[in-house]
Design a protein around this ligand. Structure first.
Ligand SMILES: [Zn+2]
Length: 276
């Protein structure tokens, strides 16, 4: 078995905000019972134990609730895919522009070289040389930019197969703990630690953007989302923007829906999910 207290350090005491610790307590019969507890001195919940099965049971319900319905998931997947291909098209266009600029510079430099050969005046030659130097520097910058461009656009499936699997059912990954560290699952699913109150149980968690997007989607009228021709990104982005997930006070997404899509994509797959 893995870690006996997978939520230790992640779930916090609702009274004082300190991450819960865990312990085994031995009953009179000598049997060991697992507990979570707050270990902050002065906290009203100090050393008041929470049974592990109670807390983890609530957590299971919560995680299972993150999984979107099949319809919503399929729809969201199409949206992500669409945004990804738009992004790939954009990247290809950027590369073309950079290459063209570079070719033009090369030609201009060659032209100046020819002129240097024909020139007699040292002053003019020096002036040409200076211009060439400047152009060469610009060329280096372009080379660097080109190097940073993705070599070949991977297909959506190649990159995001696992990420999609995770989004469709994070609980599965949590359960099969050998597939992915549980800490990583927590990090991918929740934007922050979750509080546990001894009276009210687990507090509503702050999920990460992809789950917020999916949840926003589910709470929109589903019939609308399922209908053809509905532009869901607007629904998406407006609900996402309201959460304050984007700190820049961006333009209304309506006028800038491509960028909004790319932002969501970047946030969704940036680093973590992509490397799943
Ligand atoms: Zn506490």
């Amino acid at each position: 078995m893995g870690e006996p207290f997978p939520l230790r350090g992640f779930v916090c005491c609702d009274d004082c905000g300190t991450p819960l610790t865990a312990c085994w307590s031995t009953s009179k019969s000598g049997k060991k019972h697992p507990y979570y507890l707050c270990h902050a001195k002065g906290c009203p919940s100090y050393r008041k134990s929470i049974r592990r099965d109670v807390l983890e049971g609530e957590f299971a319900t919560l995680m299972q609730g993150l999984a979107p319905s099949e319809g919503i998931f399929a729809y969201a997947k199409r949206m992500f895919k669409d945004a990804w291909s738009q992004r790939s098209v954009q990247a290809e266009a950027n590369k073309r522009v950079l290459r063209k600029e570079r070719d033009q510079l090369t030609k201009q430099i060659e032209g100046l070289m020819d002129r240097i050969v024909e020139a007699d005046s040292p002053t003019i030659i020096t002036a040409y040389e200076k211009r060439i130097e400047k152009m060469e520097r610009t060329k280096l910058i372009l080379d660097e930019k080109l190097e940073k461009q993705p070599v070949k656009a991977n297909t959506f499936e190649q990159l995001f197969e696992h990420a999609m699997e995770f989004l469709s059912n994070p609980w599965n990954l949590w359960e099969s703990e050998n597939l992915l560290g549980r800490k990583k699952v927590l990090r991918l699913a929740f934007a922050d630690r979750i509080s546990y109150s001894r009276e009210n149980g687990l507090r509503t968690p702050k999920t990460t953007l992809p789950f917020k997007v999916l949840a926003g989607f589910s709470s929109q009228k589903c019939e609308m989302a399922e209908a053809q021709g509905f532009e869901p990104w607007e629904a998406f982005t407006s609900s996402v923007f309201k959460t304050g997930a984007f700190d820049h006070s961006a333009k209304p997404p309506r006028s800038n829906s491509f960028n909004a899509k790319v932002l969501i994509l970047k946030d969704t797959f940036g680093g973590n999910l992509r490397s799943l």
